[in-house]
Design a protein around this ligand. Structure first.
Ligand code: G1P
Length: 302
């Protein structure tokens, strides 16, 4: 019988140079969308999908990540004394989320290398990978959609969506054969191709279910794009040994590793919050009107 997907790896060892200076002394995964660190959205998605154990692969500054998902006795005491029960429960819930483990990637040698650091944690089971730069807002959690596809196909499943042709050089891009509905069979893949050489506009967007055979491949994986050990290169080899499928997941995906994507997520998530949406919507309407007026007066000058 095939094994269930119980464990997830979340790589969080990047240097976050796109968000300097905020990321000089704190990991980019701790930057908040409204008031919750991006990493917490990812962990909540994993847990809501049914993941039981999570390994976070950290880099240099992992302390704030560990502290965030650990108990904070002083803060809990203070909230309790002030009678702030709702906040107290929220803070306690974070530390009770799931079994979270940490390992440190000693050198930034790429995503493939980060995954290979998790070999002994995973053992011989299929596992999930969630990348922190991709936040997906969906009815059924994105990873759950992939896990459902895994239960049907019992092999590696890559979470994909179509992207604009001019963005294909930012992603792992697939060459696929359509199977049914949202499912494709992967024929080949390439990490961040030149736009004119891209085999399609179907991009891997930060969610994977991977069979454990990948670890043997990663062990011998030579550096690829950017001189890094690429997960996409190892998956390309895996696809020659066993079937890999892609699942075009439902949901709105935000690239929060990019400043504009981060701002878009902030606005959309704030508009979903009962405690903020009315006043924030008012503010946005005024802002929108101001921008339209500005455009009109510029048009008059021309
Ligand atoms: C990584 C992967 C790439 C994938 C992307 C999704 O790239 O290497 O294949 O499409 O995440 O966000 P990164 O954005 O970390 O350079």
């Amino acid at each position: 019988m095939s094994k269930r997907v119980r464990k997830a790896i979340i790589p969080a060892a990047g240097l976050g140079t796109r968000f300097l200076p905020a990321t000089k002394s704190q990991p980019k995964e701790m930057l908040p969308i409204v008031d919750k660190p991006t990493l917490q959205y990812i962990i909540e998605e994993a847990i809501q999908s049914g993941i039981e154990e999570i390994l976070i692969v950290t880099g240099r500054s992992k302390k704030s990540i560990e502290d965030h998902f650990d108990r904070s006795v002083e803060l809990e005491l203070e909230l309790e004394q002030k009678g702030k029960t709702e906040m107290l429960e929220m803070v306690q819930d974070i530390s009770k989320m799931a079994d979270i483990y940490y390992i440190r990637q000693k050198e930034p040698r790429g995503l493939g290398h980060a995954i290979s650091c998790a070999r002994s944690f995973i053992g011989n089971e299929p596992f999930a990978v969630l990348l922190g730069d991709d936040i997906v807002d969906s009815e059924t959690p994105c990873l759950r959609q992939l896990m459902d596809a895994y239960e049907e196909y019992k092999t590696s499943i890559l979470g994909v969506q179509k992207v604009a042709k001019e963005d294909t050089n930012k992603y792992g891009i697939l060459d696929v054969k359509h199977i049914e509905g949202r499912v494709y069979k992967v024929r080949d893949m390439v990490e961040k191709p030149d736009i004119d050489k891209s085999p399609s506009n179907i991009a891997i967007l930060g969610r994977y279910i991977i069979m454990p055979k990948i670890f043997d491949i990663l062990e011998n994986q030579a550096p690829g794009k950017g001189g890094e050990i690429q997960l996409t290169d190892a998956l390309k080899t895996l696809a020659t040994q066993e079937a890999i499928y892609a699942y075009d997941f439902k949901g709105k995906r935000y690239d929060v590793g990019d400043k504009l994507g981060f701002l878009q997520a902030t606005v959309d998530f704030a508009l979903k919050r009962d405690d903020l949406k009315d006043e924030f919507e008012e503010f946005l309407k005024k802002k929108g009107a101001e921008l339209i007026d500005k455009d009109k007066s510029l048009a008059l000058v021309k």
